[in-house]
Design a protein. Structure first.
Length: 279
């Protein structure tokens, strides 16, 4: 992301209690489920709801000194996982994916306590009324690319199984009978949507920075954000013009997602945890 945010120490009881309930529910979601998946599926939904409550309390700064929005590297990761779980819940109504459910529950168990421990910096005056929208668009793009990465991992795993059986790449089926071509189209629809939202976030960040020059910083966050955007632009162009598919396309997706992680999450982790400073 382009605009800077920081860290403000550990969370209070207002963010810890929903995070605790969400953690317990996500533990339930890890259960194999046996003949029925009802109990772990309900656990994932309950965890997702309390996860949302923890995020709202955290970003709104409920119970913190002062007033204003706050954010940091851990809430960014937490919000990304929350969005990916939301996408999974919609998809699971059409195609049950118990293995994916357990993977997402593990990811949530990592990020929910992390976000409660590192809630981000409270900013009473963001410097621009558009800054919260910039944050929101950035996190939505993270969630969309996160969903794309999850589907790309499924796509690569399915292709590896087909290669091992010497089956044709284009005509086989993916996880739990989902056709590979359909899975591939779904993967890159998330990429297309994420690219549009990321472009809006970057444009809004640039426009806001031009209106408030002190917000602009030509630093590694800006550089990695633009590199990530350029990587996704190249991926989309390659698919449209050169017909990139399979592992070649998913590798570009992984590189772009990695650059975006370095752009915000990586830089804020260094500042908030390693250097222990918010700005």
């Amino acid at each position: 992301m382009i605009l800077p945010i920081g860290s403000d120490g550990a969370a209070n009881v207002w963010t810890w209690w929903p995070a605790f309930v969400a953690t317990l529910a996500y533990i339930v979601a890890l259960a194999p489920g046996g003949a029925t998946q009802r109990v772990p599926n309900v656990g994932l939904v309950v965890g997702w709801l309390f996860h949302a409550l923890a995020l709202v309390y955290d970003v709104a700064g409920v119970g913190a000194e002062g007033s204003g929005a706050r954010f940091g590297f851990a809430p960014a990761m937490s919000a990304t996982v929350w969005l990916v779980i939301g996408v999974h819940e919609v998809e699971s109504r059409l195609l049950p994916l118990p293995g994916v459910r357990r993977l997402l529950a593990v990811a949530a168990l990592l990020v929910v306590p992390l976000a409660a421990a590192f809630p981000g910096e409270v900013r009473p005056q963001a410097g621009s009324g558009w800054l919260p929208l910039h944050w929101l668009l950035g996190i939505v793009s993270y969630g969309l690319f996160g969903a794309a990465v999850l589907h790309a991992l499924m796509l690569d795993a399915a292709e590896r199984r087909l290669r091992a059986k010497a089956a044709p790449l284009g005509g086989g089926t993916g996880p739990l009978g989902l056709p590979l071509l359909r899975l591939e189209r779904l993967t890159f629809r998330f990429v297309d949507a994420g690219f549009v939202v990321l472009s809006l976030a970057l444009l809004l960040g640039v426009a806001t920075s031009l209106g408030t020059p002190r917000l602009w910083r030509w630093d590694h966050k800006t550089v990695f954000s633009l590199l990530g955007w350029a990587t996704f632009a190249a991926l989309i162009a390659g698919r449209r013009l050169q017909g990139w598919r399979g592992r070649r396309a998913t590798r570009w997706l992984y590189v772009g997602a990695g650059l975006l992680v370095l752009a915000y999450v990586g830089s804020r982790f260094v500042l908030e945890v390693l250097l222990m400073r918010g700005r």
